[in-house]
Structures are given as structure tokens and as C-alpha cells.
Design a protein around this ligand. Structure first.
Ligand code: GRF
Length: 202
């Protein structure tokens, strides 16, 4: 069983696509156990609450230091039996203690074809500005495992998106976001099927 915690900071459109896939049985054996946001007004919390899912606001600002923030995250994950973490539009650094505790069980989605156009500071519209500035004709989205470095872990799944002549960063971002909404559920389905296969092998 994949007991998933989803972390997000914004509208929650990636979370919505994942939730719909879970509800439709597209990610076998998966359930959303918890939704966490660093932004108390984030759309992602509203989407979770509308589906009566546990949804909490947890921000580094509520804690004196990163260590106590990490303990609070860990306590929330443990309290909800979370065994897999999905970062979906989460704009904060995950404390290293949490990355270490969930090594191989935490993924993120990045709106470009990693390893190109990733790394610290490369998020949101900046990614698409860099892609256009580099004169790329193809961009895309990448789901990858999370490790201590930004946008660096093993790739789970990637999908390409054409960069059209005359694209602005905003028009490219919109096209990539649509692809993200298909890619993330597909990547989580792949992980769920692989983990089920591993369990039946044991
Ligand atoms: C977008 O910038 C997307 O590329 C990145 O997170 C943002 C989407 O946020 N993965 P949300 O899922 O709509 O909150």
C-alpha cells in the first residue's frame, strides 16, 4: 500500500491530477494519507479539504530552527502512516533529515527535461525563461527521486513538450503544466506497480 503525503505550495493542480488518478484506481494500492503546505492559503489545502483528506499547514516560519521543523514534519508523516512522499509544486527545501528518512520513497516533478535547466533557483517561470533563452526546440517535464541536491535524483519518467516559435515563458509553462498533469499520475502508477511486483517477489 502506498500511503502518500503530498507537499505543495500553490494552486495544487498537480495534486488534483494525482488525486483524480487515485480516486479512479489509476495508481494501484495508493491512497492520499496527508497533504502539507507551507502556505496556509494554498489552493492545494482547499482541494484536499474538499475531499475530506487530512490537510495541514506546516512552515519553517512556525519553528525556531530547521531541526524542530523537521521533527514536526516527521511527526505528521508518522502520525498518518506515510510511506511515500510526493512533492507537487512545493517551493521549499525539504529538511535533509526528511530526505534521508524517505530516500527512494520521495519524488518531485520539475518542469523541464532534467538534467537540463534544473538546480537551485530553477523553479516556476525561471525554468521556461532559461529554456527559451537557450533556444531549445524541445522542453518537457521530469518526475525524479529526491536527494540532497536540487533536481538531482534518479529519473522516474520524463515526457517531452515542443517549444513553439513565438512561445513566451508563460505559454511554454502552460503547455508543460498540462503535460505534468498526465506525467505525474503515470509516474506514480509505474512506482506503485513496481513496488507491488517487488512485494509479490518477496
Ligand atoms: C508549476 O510551476 C509546475 O511546473 C511545478 O509546480 C507548479 C505547479 O504547481 N511543478 P501546482 O501543482 O499547480 O500547485
Amino acid at each position: 500500500m502506498l500511503n502518500i503525503a503530498v507537499f505543495g505550495s500553490g494552486a495544487g493542480s498537480n495534486f488534483q491530477s494525482i488525486l483524480t488518478a487515485v480516486q479512479q484506481g489509476g495508481i494501484p494500492g495508493a491512497r492520499i494519507a496527508l497533504v502539507v503546505s507551507n502556505n496556509s492559503g494554498a489552493g492545494i489545502l482547499g482541494i484536499a479539504r474538499a475531499s475530506a483528506l487530512p490537510a495541514i499547514h506546516l512552515s519553517q516560519k512556525q519553528f525556531p530552527d530547521e531541526g524542530s521543523f523537521a521533527l514536526a514534519i516527521r511527526a505528521a508523516l508518522d502520525a498518518h502512516g506515510v510511506n511515500f512522499v510526493v512533492l507537487a509544486g512545493y517551493m521549499k527545501r525539504v529538511p535533509p533529515e526528511i530526505v534521508a528518512a524517505y530516500r527512494g520513497r520521495m519524488v518531485n516533478i520539475h518542469p523541464a527535461l532534467l538534467p537540463r535547466h534544473g538546480g537551485e533557483g530553477m523553479y516556476g517561470i525561471r525554468v521556461h525563461e532559461a529554456v527559451i533563452r537557450a533556444g531549445e526546440t524541445v522542453s518537457g517535464a521530469t518526475v525524479h527521486y529526491v536527494d540532497e541536491e536540487y533536481d538531482h535524483g534518479a529519473v522516474v519518467l520524463q515526457r517531452t513538450v515542443p517549444v513553439m516559435p513565438g512561445d513566451t515563458p508563460a505559454s511554454l509553462a502552460a503547455r508543460v503544466l498540462e503535460t505534468e498533469h498526465a506525467l505525474y499520475p503515470e509516474a506514480l502508477r509505474k512506482i506503485a506497480l513496481e513496488s507491488a511486483a517487488r512485494l509479490t517477489q518477496t
